[in-house]
Design a protein around this ligand. Structure first.
Ligand code: G6P
Length: 610
């Protein structure tokens, strides 16, 4: 979804600070971008396309000299305040006119917004009838006009912003600047917004990486709250202007963690960060001698049944988690979050677990709210401390993967699987857990072994111009097959589908030809492996190339054209290891096809609309 940033106190560095912040937020949207600087005057520049398009337009002319300036000026001021936006379109195509910031009729007010204003049409009709002129298709544009109207009635700037925002229905994180006012105003409802505090400057942003370079001190805003920053300080209030006391949190990760560290893409870097992410996830949670898992952050949980709600990659982790819960005798089911509310299953001493890397996915938050409304206990399994899911749920369990920038989730999926595995061990507490715990201990080094010696690139080279790609697996490998296909299609733009191995013959087999490679995940030598090998033979008989992802325990190699090897491990860790090989195949195929791997078309990392 869109990324927003505001800052005050950066002096002549304000524009650079905004552009730097936007580069860290580009994963949230990258179809157009814009900035506004405000002091006695207000200047705005917006461009369709990636941030580079905006950057080039800024370097060719000073911000205040361009066509897009709203107010005449003679250059940047000593200490302006500023706002910046990177967009993922919801209302209107990605054009210069639809890019944020949007302005009022006078050119005094500029606003950026992430979310959807549901009553914008009604507000727009009302404002148009009063004579306001609109220049974009966006819902956002009503906001500067509402602020303009409020200012015209004589309200002070802060009050005018609060009054305008009080008219809005829907989801928003908003920042506004007003010419002649040395402040950035912000409001939040259902879209993420954090405030950053350094010694000399103050920041507002959709996510911490936007300003992490300058400070590790943050305040998480809650729904219904307003914030004001200027070069001297910050304040949070409610809708009436009453000051709200907020606590300041310290961010624990380094700014370098949001850089590429020499890798060509964030995705490759994040794939390679998996051993470290998994170690972080396990640290202090596993007592190997005692054969127990201790999740101290959780309160007492004793659910009769478990429901998972999640989207995209996180839904695949939820499918995996549901299987683990069933394996310890707790009935569990995974739901696609956007479908959950249409037929909520009966809830009685249920635990509803929202699996969400960002903790901000609107579909997942909405499903969790529905569950709470019906009386369920809720648990957020998330990567982002202080995220909406973490704050709204009764309990939060962190996957500790560190920041993930690539739109296609990789290390966070691995950390989600392991966190869900720890959760079941925590609830189960059985003697048989010792082997599983030993498997978890070996996992980081097993992932490293794959990263150090993989033939994924050769496989990608051989097959990257195929007609379509299929991924199959049974049991815990079914979610891996789904995730393998999702990753492949997201970043390569090639057609890819994942199936339960046994389901292939019930339809999809009609699509299998000599030009549709099939990736089959087969580990161990038990019943499931034997049956999946049967499915592999069905594929082989149709001349499709087979790539087996295997630990070598079965004889699937005999029927495969290629093998992607994984170290021997336990069934639940084998799924994660197989997934690492599939991530690498997707990455290399997309690289060979020259796709924009970190920012696939039409996708955004954090989707804050339903
Ligand atoms: C978007 C992303 C996916 C992600 C999904 C859920 O669709 O493009 O990569 O899996 O959101 O995100 P979450 O933050 O809830 O895990």
């Amino acid at each position: 979804m869109c990324g927003i940033i505001g800052c005050a106190g950066r002096g002549g560095e304000t524009l650079d600070t905004l552009m730097h912040g936007l580069s860290k937020l580009e994963y949230r949207g990258y179809d157009s971008a814009g900035v506004a600087l405000s002091n006695e005057e207000l200047s705005v520049r917006r461009k369709a396309g990636t941030l580079d398009a905006l950057r080039s337009s800024l370097s060719s002319q000073t911000l205040l000299d361009g066509d897009d300036s709203t107010v005449e000026g003679d250059g940047l001021h000593d200490n302006p305040v500023g706002i910046g936006h990177t967009r993922w379109s919801t209302h209107g195509p990605p054009t210069d006119d639809n890019a944020h910031p949007h302005r009022d009729c006078t050119g005094r007010v500029a606003v950026i917004h992430n979310g959807i204003i549901e009553n914008y049409q009604e507000l727009r009709d009302e404002l148009a009838a009063e004579g306001h002129e609109f220049h974009s298709d966006t819902d956002t544009e009503v906001v500067p006009h509402l602020i303009e109207t409020a200012l015209d009635t004589g309200m002070a700037p802060e009050e005018a912003v609060r009054s305008a925002v009080s008219r809005l229905e829907g989801a928003y994180a908003i920042c506004a600047v007003i010419a002649g006012v040395d402040r950035v105003f912000a409001a939040r409802n259902d879209s993420p917004l954090v405030l950053g505090i350094s010694e000399e400057a103050y920041f507002l942003a959709s996510d911490v990486p936007a300003f992490r370079e300058f400070t590790d001190q943050v305040v998480y805003l809650d729904d219904g709250e307003f914030a004001v920053i200027n070069k001297n300080g910050w304040r949070v209030t409610d809708v009436d202007g009453t000051v709200v006391e907020k606590s300041i949190n310290t961010i624990e990760w380094d700014p370098e963690e949001t850089g590429k560290s020499g890798y060509d893409h964030y995705m490759l870097k994040e794939i390679h960060e998996q051993p470290r992410a998994l170690r972080q996830c396990l640290q202090g949670r596993v007592d190997e001698l005692g054969g127990e898992v201790l999740l101290d952050e959780l309160g007492a949980l004793d659910p009769d049944t478990v429901q998972f709600v999640a989207c995209g990659t996180s839904y695949h982790a939820a499918l995996y988690g549901a299987q683990l819960f069933r394996s310890i005798g707790i009935p569990a089911q995974a739901f696609i979050a956007s479908e959950y509310a249409t037929s909520v299953p009966p809830i009685e001493n249920d635990l509803v677990i929202g699996v969400t890397q960002s903790g901000e996915t609107a579909d997942t938050l909405s499903a969790l709210r529905e569950a709470r409304h019906r009386g369920a206990k809720t648990l957020a399994v998330t990567n982002v401390v202080g995220s909406t899911a973490a704050r709204e749920c009764d309990e939060a369990l962190y996957i500790r993967a560190g920041p993930e920038i690539g739109v296609a989730a990789t290390k966070t999926f691995a950390s989600q699987l392991i966190t869900l595995s720890l959760l079941t061990l925590h609830l189960n507490g059985s003697e048989d857990d010792r082997d599983v715990i030993a498997g978890l201990r070996d996992l980081p080094s097993n992932v490293q072994a794959i990263l150090d010696d993989t033939n994924a690139r050769e496989i990608a080279e051989e097959y990257h111009d195929s007609d379509a790609y299929f991924f199959i697996g049974r049991g815990l490998h079914h979610p891996v097959a789904l995730e393998g296909a999702l990753k492949f299609k997201e970043i390569s733009y090639e057609h890819a589908e994942g199936f339960p191995a046994g389901e292939l013959k019930h339809g999809p087999l009609a699509l299998v030809t000599e030009n549709t490679p099939v990736f089959a995940v087969v580990t161990g030598d038990g019943e499931q492996a034997r049956k999946t090998i049967g499915n592999v033979k069905e594929v082989e008989a149709r001349d499709a190339p087979v790539i087996a992802v295997t630990d070598g325990a079965s004889d699937v190699e005999r029927y495969a054209d290629h093998v992607l090897e994984i170290p021997e491990s336990t069934p639940r860790t084998a799924a994660l290891l197989a997934n690492v090989q599939l991530q690498l195949v997707s990455y290399h195929a997309a690289a060979l096809l020259d796709r924009p791997i970190d920012k696939p078309r039409n996708l955004a990392k954090s989707v804050t609309v339903e």
